[in-house]
Structure formats: structure tokens, C-alpha cells
Write a protein that binds this ligand. Structure first.
Ligand SMILES: [Zn+2]
Length: 177
């Protein structure tokens, strides 16, 4: 049994095959991955996750990737920091904070979703990736596309929206021989 049923509209529940689409054709609701959780039962365990690589890809069985991981081998696995003073202040016996500002190639948590998106784009056979971004998403897309040796086009829009600064940032993967 495969782990992916396809995609499902979050608004109306209509199902779609696994394909590079993101919005429902009937209600314009966002599509999300529809997992076959029965197929994952017993396959994904605390032990199977702990035996995975020290990156976000230890959760690969819970992500919509069918084949091999293409990019983002160093993304995720951010450390937990014990916050003793804050625990005392809040009356907690123990308090830990996830330090999500490290362990990402571009120092953005968006590296996680981009690693999945670029890997899936390659599975779908795309040879170029693009995005609209206010900054860090564009950095992440360019970095992961370069890792996959693919060109990128990112549209950066300054914030606030009234700003007129809009640029297209082409990013070419470095050529290696
Ligand atoms: Zn819908």
C-alpha cells in the first residue's frame, strides 16, 4: 500500500491525484497531501525515526516524497536548549526551547519546506524552480536549486506592499566539471 493517496482540498474535501497542482478547481481551496496512514502504521516508529539521518529527512516517511532525497541533506535537526530561568519564572519543572535559528543552509526555517518542494519538483520532472518571496524564501529556493544544479527564478517584493521595489533574481547553479 502506498503512503500517498493524492491531494485533498482543505475546504470541500475533493480528492486529486498526486500532481503539481496547489488549488482546488472547484472552490479554490488549498490542496494538502492526503496520506494513507494505515500504510504508515508500524512502519514509522520512534526507533525508525531515531535511526534516520541527523536532518529533517529522518521524517521522510511522513513527507510526500516517493523517491530518494535530492536536496537539503543538512536541513533541520535543530537543537533543544534548556531554559532554566524561564522555567523558574513560569513554575515549570523543566522547559526546553527549540533553537530553530541554526542548522539550516540559509538560516531560515523555510529551508525545510523548500527541501521538500525542490525534491518533489525533481520527482515531477521540472528542470527549473521559481517563487515569489519577500526575501528568505527566495534565498532558500536559490540555494536548494543550486544544490540540485537547477536554475531558479525568484521574485522578490519589498515590504510593505506599497513599495515599488520589485526585482527578478535569476540564480544559476554553479557549473562544475
Ligand atoms: Zn475544493
Amino acid at each position: 500500500m502506498e503512503k500517498l493517496r493524492g491531494l485533498k482540498c482543505r475546504e470541500c474535501g475533493r480528492g486529486y491525484p498526486s500532481a503539481p497542482v496547489h488549488v482546488c478547481e472547484f472552490c479554490f481551496g488549498p490542496l494538502e497531501v492526503d496520506y494513507h496512514y494505515e500504510a504508515l502504521k508500524g512502519v514509522v516508529t520512534r526507533q525508525s525515526i531515531a535511526a534516520g539521518p541527523p536532518s529533517m529527512w529522518r521524517y521522510k516517511d511522513l513527507l510526500p516524497i516517493d523517491g530518494d532525497v535530492a536536496v537539503g541533506h543538512h536541513v533541520g535537526f535543530t537543537p533543544m536548549i534548556r531554559a532554566r530561568n524561564l522555567a523558574d519564572e513560569w513554575g515549570c519543572r523543566e522547559l526546553w526551547i527549540k533553537n530553530d535559528s541554526v542548522c539550516h543552509p540559509t538560516w531560515s526555517f523555510k529551508d525545510r519546506v523548500v527541501a521538500v518542494a525542490v525534491t518533489k519538483a525533481l520527482e515531477f520532472g521540472f528542470d527549473t524552480v521559481a517563487c515569489a518571496s519577500t526575501g528568505n524564501l527566495a534565498n532558500s529556493v536559490a540555494a536548494h536549486a543550486a544544490e540540485a544544479s537547477r536554475p531558479t527564478w525568484s521574485r522578490e517584493r519589498s515590504w510593505p506592499r506599497s513599495s515599488t521595489t520589485r526585482r527578478w533574481w535569476p540564480s544559476r547553479a554553479p557549473t562544475t566539471k
